[in-house]
Write a protein that binds this ligand. Structure first.
Ligand SMILES: Nc1ccn([C@@H]2O[C@H](COP(=O)(O)OP(=O)(O)OP(=O)(O)O)[C@@H](O)[C@H]2O)c(=O)n1
Length: 370
């Protein structure tokens, strides 16, 4: 049970804890930040009590002492496409129920007051208990990001037995068919994906998006190779590794284009590209020349920890590659000492060539004994 007291700044106001904190409390999951809604007051009154306005689009205020966010109860009406174009209406007469009605899923549309009384007009408690992700109302269609959010909540809660309600599935499929998903901005899409990749069951997100057709619109290249990507991703837990394995069966061009489209951070993109390039450069039984070319292509001698990460990903992702032989070969090749070759009198271009010869020899030895 969520407990809170109304301090001096909040005294006399109708305050509710809403959204994720109420949901997670019911599910017995910890939740860091709380969202608050205040009913029956005005922006002026909030300012008078020392709250600092933060929202550009919404009437949201920071508590003068705790700095937690308090929003005035509001309704929203759609006036444009995608995530933009909301008309927000906040006024003292907007009720808690109206504020809850504009929310995405029933499990996110519950509130609780300071005495512990729960307000649950859309049967969120029941859906928490039965494990159902269900849209609150037809207003769900006003925000296509909610399709991705539903996927992310499924990635979090499917291991606890949650499924998506049939009606919600139908609604999402209809939204995709109506072309709403195309209006999502790249940053929001990547943000949901990045968060999803840190959830217990990210495959649930991609399967749901494929089922309703959104994946085909947002990421057609992944849509085509999804089964293989999910199978590879299966045992990985690190989000960045999951991304690299999910995209491992794309071509280099498709992966680059995908990362550009969603402004995927450089480190995520590079890791994924290294896996794709490794597959392109290495056959299942590579010879010394191929391993040497691969190691050089990965900048293996200067960036040792990076190539070790690549090897880890290749091991986890179930590729048809001799990963332990590759690791051994790299290990041996690293023993080659440019310094001792210099001591033998090599320099300049000749030194470079000798280093390659020695490394190739080391790799050949390692491969032969693997
Ligand atoms: N597109 C959105 C975004 C948010 N919400 C509502 O705003 C609340 C707070 O949103 P957010 O902080 O993004 O999510 P949480 O539910 O707190 O979930 P998380 O555990 O991921 O923080 C949600 O519970 C939901 O009621 C919504 O209806 N539609």
């Amino acid at each position: 049970m969520i407990r809170f007291e109304l301090d001096q700044a909040l005294k006399g106001l109708e305050v509710y804890c809403v959204g994720g904190a109420v949901r997670d409390d019911l599910l017995g999951i910890g939740h860091d930040d709380r969202d608050w809604v205040i009913v029956g007051t005005t922006s002026q009154e909030m300012r008078r009590r020392g709250f600092r306005p933060v929202g550009r689009d919404f009437p949201v205020f920071l508590h003068p002492r705790t700095h937690e966010e308090y929003a005035l109860a509001r309704t929203e009406r759609k006036s444009g496409h995608g995530y933009t174009g909301f008309e927000v209406h906040a006024a003292p007469e907007v009720t808690l129920e109206e504020d809850l009605a504009r929310r995405d899923l029933t499990i996110n549309a519950m509130a609780q007051d300071s005495t512990g009384r729960r307000v649950d007009p859309f049967r969120g408690v029941e859906d928490c208990r039965s494990g159902t992700l269900r849209h609150v109302s037809d207003a769900f269609v006003e925000d296509p990001l909610r399709i991705l959010r539903t996927g992310r909540f499924l990635a979090r809660l499917r291991p606890r037995g949650f499924t998506v309600a049939d009606d919600t599935m139908t609604l999402m499929t209809r939204m995709v068919a109506a072309g709403e998903v195309a209006y999502l901005v790249a940053e929001r899409v990547w943000q949901e994906i990045e968060r999803t990749l840190g959830e217990p069951d990210p495959a649930a997100f991609f399967e749901l998006l494929q089922q309703c057709g959104a994946l085909g619109v947002l990421m057609p290249a992944i849509d085509e190779v999804l089964a293989a990507g999910l199978a590879r991703m299966n045992v990985a837990t690190d989000p960045m590794t999951r991304w690299a394995l999910l995209t491992a069966d794309l071509s280099q061009e498709a992966l680059t284009a995908l990362c550009e489209r969603y402004r995927v951070p450089g480190e995520w993109r590079d890791r994924a590209l290294m896996v794709v390039r490794s597959q392109a450069m290495l056959p299942s039984s590579p010879n010394a020349d191929q391993v040497l070319a691969w190691a050089q292509g990965m900048d293996a001698w200067r960036r040792q920890s990076r190539i070790d990460e690549v090897l880890d990903m290749l091991a986890i992702g179930d590729f048809n590659l001799p990963v332990s032989a590759l690791a051994k070969a790299l290990d041996q090749a690293r023993q080659v000492s440019p310094r001792s070759l210099m001591a033998q009198g090599y320099q300049g271009a000749e030194l470079g060539r000798m280093i390659d010869v020695e490394r190739r020899r080391a790799i050949e030895c390692a491969l032969a004994s693997a």
